[in-house]
Structure formats: C-alpha cells, structure tokens
Design a binder for this molecule. Structure first.
Ligand code: NAI
Length: 342
C-alpha cells in the first residue's frame, strides 16, 4: 500500500505543542506516514497574507487526510473563523466527537460514553450577518435538506455499525420551526425508513442540557445542528474531565480533518502546560478512520497500541498533566506515552 501523506496543520496557541506530541506518538507506534506541515490561523497571516492559504487547501485536496491543531478567531470583529471556512470549503460536513469516561480521571460520573454528531457546515455558522438599520443587526440561520439528511444518515450509520442503542436529537424546533423543524424531519425520516431497530428520541435542547448534567449515562449517540453541537461538545467534555480529553473528527466525502474539541488555550500556550491527549486521541481517530475506509492494518495496530499506552499512563497516574490533577508538562506526558509504546 502506498505511504499515506498526512497534512499536519499546527495552528495557533497550544496547537503546535499538542500536534507535535500527536505526531511523535503516532510515529513511535510504528505506522509510517509522510507528514507535510501546512499553515492556517493567525500565524499564517504574516507569511501568506491570509489565515487559510490555498496551499493548505490544495494539500488537503490532494492527500485527503489532515491532523489539525486549534486556530484562533478574534471576537466581535476581525477575520472570519478559519474553522468555519475550512469546514465549508472542504465540505467537512460531519463533526464526530466521542466523549468517554477515562481511566483514573475522577469526575462526577462513571461510565459516560457518548458520541456527538454535529452538522458542521451551516446553521447559524453560515456567517451571513448584516446591519439592517442602525442599531439593528441580524444573523441568518440556514438549514438545507441535503445537509440535514446527510448528517442524520452519517450518525445513524455510525450508530448501527457500532451497535449503539439510541440516537437522541437535540433541537429547538418549538421556536425555530422551519430550520430545526427540517433537521428533525430529516432525522425522523432516516430513522423510520432505515434504522427502526435503533431507539430514537427528540429533546428540546434546554431540557437536554438539564438531563445531561443530571445523568449523562442515559444518553448514547447525540445528533444536532452546528451551534448546538459546538456548545454541547464543551459541556460534555466537562462531564469526563475537560477539554484535554475529548478528540474529534471532521468528516467529508473527499477529505477528513482530525482535531481536538478544544481551542488555542492562550493561557497555556508556549508554557509546556497543555494536555496533548485530546490531539493524540484525534490522531487515534484518524488511524481508525484509515482502517475503516482503507483497511490499513498498520493503522489499526498503531491505534490499538496508542490507546493502550495512554490508558496505562492515565491509570498509573504518575505523569498526569495539570488539568487532570497532576504536575506533568506536555512533554513529560507525551514521553510517558511513548515509553509505553516501546
Ligand atoms: P479553549 O478551548 O482554548 O480554552 C478553554 C479552557 O480550557 C481554558 O482554560 C484552557 O486553558 C483549557 N484548555 C483547552 N485546551 C486544553 C488542553 N489541551 N489542556 C489543558 N487545558 C486546556 O477555548 P477558548 O478560550 O474559548 O478559545 C480560545 C481560542 O481558541 C479562541 O480564539 C477560539 O476561537 C479558538 N478555538 C478554536 C478551536 C479550533 O480551532 N478547533 C475550537 C475552539 C476554540
């Protein structure tokens, strides 16, 4: 099999540190990739005059697999979100975010095992905003049948393949009757016509928030539109130990980009304090994806080895990062995982 090239996008803030850690761990697990580093984010502006240079897009188009660090986005002004641009340009329509209880990470709950499916290309993130009159601004929420249908299909197909029992759709169709109404209609249709074996439920999202923090173990697969998926991902991360332990994938037909749920953590950047595990776990998702889609046995073996290695490091508890109650830096934690891979 030809060697896979992975487009590594280090990003901003803690991105370079955590993506470097993920690359080192993957290399140490014995899978041989050609890595090419490509720019995106605030750091790209100086050299390329833009936050999302064409060379990065072309590299993703060509190699189809990316591992990405977070990128910064200015608040209430400034350049457009690089993530929104990237997801739209590459049509990375499905964000997949598994949220699981981790060994030896004490939280309020045991046995949390959720997978969030977030529609990644439209909703309020269509970025269509304008000032209709002085002091009056509006933002447009877009839903298309095509996008609602394909994210529902993706979530149900995943649930079915992984023997998941239940899909819960979070919505606000009582207020946004057309947009969230369409999302529900598509999810319901996919369920009724193709997956009636799976338990299906719909929850208004305010109630869903309360149910999630009361007892997250009652949920399994969660399906929702873009903004809700963004918010719920961080909420759910809080159920299992925080943003340092929740990975993610952005899946499209032509290309997929793997990245942690967390952002650039400016408070930790450059201090060897970030937890690289979420990015490492995103790398494991990438390896499993290569197994699922290309039956690349070396990727599957590496994924299993890395998972066993980080679970052992967590269980032993000797090299935990600060967010997990330890004192280890990014490098110490990464080295501890690499040591277990030897
Ligand atoms: P954030 O996720 O960067 O940080 C939130 C909190 O979690 C902070 O206290 C931070 O220290 C902590 N944290 C995050 N990742 C961590 C890690 N790996 N290890 C230990 N602690 C960690 O969210 P925030 O502050 O809202 O956003 C900062 C910037 O990141 C913004 O510009 C935002 O737009 C961007 N962002 C980018 C994302 C991406 O590129 N995928 C996703 C989310 C935010």
């Amino acid at each position: 099999m030809a060697k896979q090239t992975v487009v590594l996008i280090p990003g901003d803030g803690i991105g370079p540190e955590v993506s470097r850690a993920a690359r080192q761990v993957i290399d140490a697990a014995g899978v041989s990739f050609d890595w090419i580093e490509m720019p995106a984010g605030e750091g790209a502006i100086k050299e390329h005059g833009t936050t999302l240079p064409d060379i990065t897009i072309h590299a993703l188009e060509q190699h189809k697999i990316g591992l990405k660090g977070p990128v910064g986005t200015p608040i209430a002004g400034g350049f457009k979100s690089v993530n929104v641009q990237l997801r739209k340009r590459m049509d990375l329509y499905a964000a997949v975010r598994p949220v699981r209880t981790m060994p030896n990470i004490k939280t309020r709950y045991d046995n949390v095992d959720l997978v969030i499916f977030r529609e990644n290309t439209e909703g309020l993130y269509s970025g269509i905003e304008n000032e209709v009159a002085p002091g009056v601004v509006m933002s447009m929420k877009v839903a298309t049948e095509k996008a609602c249908d394909r994210i529902a299909r993706y979530a149900f197909r995943y649930a079915n393949r992984r023997q998941r029992k239940k899909v819960s759709v979070f919505h606000k169709a009582n207020i946004m009757k057309l947009t969230d109404g369409l999302f529900l209609k598509c999810a319901r249709r996919v369920w009724e016509e193709e997956y009636p074996n799976i338990i299906y439920e719909e929850l208004i999202i305010d109630n869903a928030c309360m149910q999630l923090v009361k007892d997250p173990t009652r949920f399994d697969v969660l399906l929702m539109e873009n903004l809700y998926g963004d918010l719920m991902s961080d909420l759910c991360a809080g159920l299992v130990g925080g943003l340092g332990v929740v990975p993610g994938a952005n899946i499209g037909e032509a290309c997929s980009v793997f990245e942690a749920v967390h952002g650039t953590a400016p408070d930790l950047a450059g201090k060897d304090m970030a937890n690289p595990l979420a990015c490492i776990m995103s790398g494991v998702m990438m390896l499993n994806f290569l197994w699922d889609t290309r039956h690349d046995q070396a990727s599957k073996n590496a994924a299993e080895k890395i998972k066993a290695a980080y679970n052992t490091v967590l269980s032993e508890g000797l090299h935990l990062t600060r967010d997990l109650g330890g004192t280890a830096g990014t490098k110490e934690f990464t080295d501890a995982i690499i040591e277990k891979l030897k």
